[in-house]
Design a binder for this molecule. Structure first.
Ligand SMILES: *[C@@H]1O[C@H](CO)[C@@H](O)[C@H](O)[C@H]1NC(C)=O
Length: 321
């Protein structure tokens, strides 16, 4: 099981910039598991104005709104990131109040509509070029708004005294589809709102996942007279059922590389199901919808107990070796 634990540590240490290539995140000294940078965050006070300390905050995760300032302490070309996360029903708006980052020597500030870690992006299954806006010399004039509750500012400022200031706001988002969980604990309902396509939830940590309520592939959009409790149907894809829920995880943020432990569908309001134990860097659930049904699945996430790792239902990366 050592491999799993090591993988978690590597996720935190080896955060290379994809959009700002060629440099490791500077001065990253943390070797604690992923869950610890979420817990570290909770202990922080609630400053609405904050100056980024280049020695401490190169890999900064924040769930706060407010203003952030960065001023480069040296000419060193380190790549750093501000990983922003909000409540599941919010999206993130960033305004650059000023930006004084010369383009020389690779100076760059990038807005990323999503997260990037170790060269993998989230949400990878709905990625496009519009998700990245790069700037130097001139600040982006428009407000940058994410499509989901997580976004990232990556920056490399190899010019002493230069820097930028941003204001982060959390805006209400109707009908959230892709959601990142803050930490590995929480209850969330994924819905398709009657639409075609995939919606997903990710916890950036190993976790247990339990379905509290399931209504997938059952409630026809029009003319449904009564819904019959089918119970939870397993391996729905093998049975050719078009609407289902994939449960699994991946070593990395890329949800197209998700390893699947089970897929379920049906109508089941019984809460007492056994959870899946997912020993992966990231725990993922994906709701796949044909558009014929109103689907919803309510999920409870909890941290994976360390002593359960070897009894996990899924250990990611085992097929690679
Ligand atoms: C939705 O997920 C399924 C299962 O992984 C995949 O086959 C399909 O291509 C995805 N659809 C979209 C629109 O990404």
């Amino acid at each position: 099981m050592r491999a799993v634990l090591l993988a978690v540590v590597v996720l935190v240490c080896g955060a290379n910039g994809l959009f700002l290539p060629g440099a490791e995140y500077g001065r990253l000294k943390s070797s604690a598991p992923v869950t610890s940078w979420f817990s570290r965050l909770r202990r922080q006070p609630k400053p609405t104005h904050r100056i980024i300390d280049p020695n401490e905050d190169c890999f900064l995760v924040t769930s706060e709104e407010g203003e952030l300032f960065f001023k480069a302490p040296s000419d060193e070309p380190s790549v750093c990131g501000i990983y922003m996360i909000a409540d599941p029903d919010k999206r993130i708006q960033v305004t650059f109040n000023y930006l004084d980052v010369p383009c020389e020597n690779g100076g760059l500030v990038a807005w990323v509509d999503g997260w990037e870690l170790n060269g993998q992006v989230w949400p990878a299954d709905s990625w496009d070029d519009d998700r990245v806006v790069e700037s130097c010399d001139q600040r982006p004039l428009k407000k940058l708004i994410s499509r989901q509750n997580a976004a990232l500012i990556q920056y490399r400022v190899p010019a002493r005294g230069k820097g930028f200031a941003v204001t982060i706001r959390h805006l209400k988002k109707a009908r959230p589809c892709n959601v990142m969980l803050f930490g590995s604990e929480g209850v969330y309902t994924l819905r398709n709102h009657g639409e075609t396509g995939n919606c997903s939830i990710i916890a950036v940590a190993p976790a247990t996942v339990r379905i509290l309520d399931l209504n997938v592939g059952q409630s026809v959009k029009r003319g449904s007279l009564l819904d019959v409790e089918t119970g939870t149907i397993h391996y729905c894809t093998k049975r050719g059922i078009p609407d289902y829920v994939d449960v699994g995880g991946a070593n990395g943020l890329d949800n197209t590389k998700m390893e699947i432990v089970d897929n379920v569908c049906g109508l089941d309001s019984y809460e007492g199901r056994r959870p899946w134990y997912i020993a992966c860097e990231d725990t993922m659930v994906r709701l796949v919808s044909s558009g014929k049904y109103h689907n919803s699945v309510t999920l409870a996430f909890a941290p994976l107990p360390l002593e359960e790792i070897e009894h996990s239902d899924l250990i990611c990366g085992m097929n690679d070796v």
